[in-house]
Design a protein around this ligand. Structure first.
Ligand code: 3HC
Length: 309
């Protein structure tokens, strides 16, 4: 099957200015990678505290990148960080922050209504040519796009955690995404030094469609008492070459996030029920507030919230 392409009112957009909504781990990561690769970026969130957190995420990640790029040259490291940060503006004013945007990337809370409300508002205030994207990992792009009148300039750009390190971006086109918009998104990924893959607007796209059922099946192995989380992790790292085992990865992604994705897919009913059947072990951990790395405890304990094992 081939993608249907609708004709676009606009020519391809040479993206220079990017506005990112959401300054959490994903939003901040996207801002950082864009700024490192010479885009002008504006990071938007609801309040200055959230923006400060986002800036902190960026600076600590930039320190790692700088150390790698300029080993043993503290001066150059500092210059690189400073230069990158000059390309990052922050704002709590959504309208003002969208005025000059060529591309808006949304990485806010995974709630369809909230995302639709944001985009409906942005559709009215952003320039005609501005491309809209969501970084959602669990919601249909087409449903979010429906809130706007620019469905031909709407797509998905799905980044992976940690954004500065993971080389992939999934570029999602809906039935309505125009070829020009799609080409512009591919071009942005390449200029961010990421490798894009394209996928239709389907649950989990490519990576999560495969990764999440695999992680759920790992939980079932443990629930049936067949192996321990530690042994499953060791097995997949040393036997399949994965950088993290499924339990380490679940803790890294967040157990609440995983549950949210699976519950959503089950409700949507587009995926084989067996693949997304609930697992008591996961539901229990989430109910107890043991969400993984971010809460200090998941399948493994972490020293300090978000800290290492
Ligand atoms: N910023 C910049 N660089 C970072 C970084 C960050 N936040 N986190 C890690 N890195 C870099 C390090 O600098 C290091 O670089 P180098 O190898 O070039 O020196 C490299 O990553 C490895 O880091 P560490 O040595 O500290 O640790 P590890 O070797 O254990 O690697 C990892 C950490 C990169 C997270 C690796 O374990 C990994 O790739 N894990 C799998 C991650 C994954 O699968 N992510 C996808 C999750 S699914 C998702 O995001 C979708 C969502 O929608 C649910």
């Amino acid at each position: 099957a081939s993608f249907s392409t609708s004709s676009s009112a606009c020519a391809p957009v040479p993206v220079k200015n990017i506005t990112v909504f959401g300054s959490g781990l994903m939003g901040a990561g996207i801002v950082q990678v864009a700024a490192q690769n010479n885009f002008n970026v504006t990071m938007v969130d609801l309040n200055p505290q959230a923006l400060q957190k986002g800036q902190d995420i960026i600076t600590s990640s930039l320190k790692r990148v700088a150390k790698k790029q300029f080993p043993e040259d503290a001066q150059k490291q500092a210059e690189f960080i400073e230069k990158t940060m000059t390309r990052v503006k922050t704002s709590t004013d959504s309208e003002e922050a969208s005025k000059d945007a060529d591309l808006i990337i949304e990485a806010i809370v995974e709630n369809l209504k909230t995302k639709q409300q944001l985009f409906a508002m942005l559709d009215k205030v952003a320039p005609e040519h501005t491309l809209f994207c969501s970084n959602t990992s669990s919601l249909p792009i087409g449903e979010i796009a429906k809130a706007t009148k620019r469905v031909d300039r709407f797509g998905g750009l799905h980044f992976f955690n940690p954004v500065p390190q993971m080389k992939l971006v999934e570029v999602i086109r809906t039935e309505a995404t125009s070829q020009d918009s799609f080409d512009s998104l591919l071009d942005v990924c390449t200029r961010m030094k990421k490798t894009p893959v394209s996928c239709k607007d389907t649950p989990g796209f490519i990576v999560n469609r495969l990764l999440v059922p695999y992680m759920m099946e790992s939980l079932r192995i443990v629930e049936r008492g067949e192996a321990t989380p530690q042994d499953v992790d060791t097995a997949m790292k040393l036997g399949a070459g994965f950088p993290m085992g499924p339990f380490e990865l679940a803790d890294f992604v967040g157990l609440d996030t995983m549950k949210f994705i699976v519950d959503g897919w089950r409700k949507e009913g587009k995926i084989d029920d067996n693949l997304v059947a609930p697992v008591q072990l996961l539901d229990d951990l989430v109910a107890q507030g043991n969400l993984g790395r971010k809460s200090g405890q998941g399948f493994y304990p972490y020293s300090g919230v978000g800290g290492k094992k």
